[in-house]
Design a binder for this molecule. Structure first.
Ligand code: 3PG
Length: 306
């Protein structure tokens, strides 16, 4: 019998787990659950003799793939798959997929929510500021950027975007102004929301040189990955620009220092929360389970990333 492992150190809402269970039951697959685990050893043990794994940000490295002797497919229930060693998976002929777009709305809503939270001083009763009339720059115009743009326009913000992989017409058709360079985007926006994947090219690419181009009231919003920010540059920007603020769903290594020195200008969620809604869990979790059934039963490799 085909065995599917649900390995999530940050568990899905139970309604999503029930949906995954139903899909597996209907397919005649056995679902094994490893939720809220804390040690890699638990994962290494759980992966032996499973054919498929559903994960979130859980690390699937060479050691895990080696330990999973029967593994055929890993589906990252979410967008970013930088937590999976694609080369190791390919070497073992293991298919890796993601579920693009399934949790984007949740991430976009959190990004906007964090902007309001920071502008209202953590809802502490003091006078804050509004988003209306300000400019939001979308650094990448994928599923999350597009939704953030729609919400931001509802707030009365001017929205701009830079994304070399998206046709200018597609951006402009959404009523979003298009900047040809990343420098132009940062130079024209008080708020910049980063929605980049973590790749060798993007890691450390948000640096002091770029941030320092932002106009007065500069606020960086990161719901993507901590690695894309150059932390030395971030610290330098905090030091150099008293107006600079940073809100993030992916806490940087220098979180404690920022919290201590720049309280009120820095906010990080205690645990990555972007995709943590029951709707996103259902969308991404069920899509992952369906993709596994499609792959095992019919060889459907849509959304394969390796
Ligand atoms: C993603 O890449 O889909 C998001 O970062 C969500 O990650 P999570 O499933 O670990 O919350």
């Amino acid at each position: 019998m085909t065995k599917v492992l649900l390995a999530t150190d940050k568990p899905f809402a139970s309604v999503a787990v029930q949906g995954i269970q139903k899909i597996c039951d209907e397919a005649g697959f056995e679902l094994v659950k490893l939720e809220s685990y804390t040690k890699k050893e638990e994962l290494l043990q759980a992966v032996s003799h499973v054919d498929a794994i559903i994960i979130r940000s859980d690390i699937i490295d060479n050691e895990v793939i080696e330990a999973a002797k029967d593994l055929k497919i890993v589906v990252r229930a979410g967008a970013g798959y930088d937590n999976v060693d694609l080369a190791a998976a390919s070497a073992r002929n293991v298919c890796v997929m993601n579920t693009p777009g399934q949790n984007s709305n949740a991430v976009a809503e959190l990004g906007m929510g964090m902007m309001v939270y920071l502008n209202r001083n953590g809802f502490n009763g003091t006078s804050g500021s509004e988003l209306r009339g300000k400019t939001l720059g979308l650094h990448a115009y994928g599923n999350i950027g597009k939704i953030m743009g729609t919400i931001a326009k509802g707030f009365g913000m001017e929205v701009r975007a830079h994304d070399p992989f998206v046709e200018r017409a597609r951006i402009e058709n959404d009523g979003v102004l298009c900047d040809d360079t990343v420098t132009a985007l940062y130079s024209s926006c008080q708020y910049v929301a980063v929605n980049l994947p973590a790749t060798e090219k993007t890691k450390g690419s948000i640096n002091y040189e770029l941030l320092s181009k932002m106009p007065s009231g500069a606020t960086l919003v990161n719901t993507a990955r901590k690695e894309i920010i150059d932390e030395a540059g971030l610290l330098k920007m905090f030091e150099a620009r008293k107006d600079f603020r940073y809100i993030t769903d992916v806490a940087p290594g220098c979180k404690d220092e920022l919290q201590e020195k720049y309280s009120g200008r820095f906010f990080a969620t205690p645990k990555k929360m972007g995709a943590q809604t029951s709707e996103a869990n259902i969308n991404a979790g069920l899509a992952a389970a369906r993709q596994i059934v499609g792959f095992i039963k019919n060889g459907d490799s849509t959304f394969k990333v390796n």
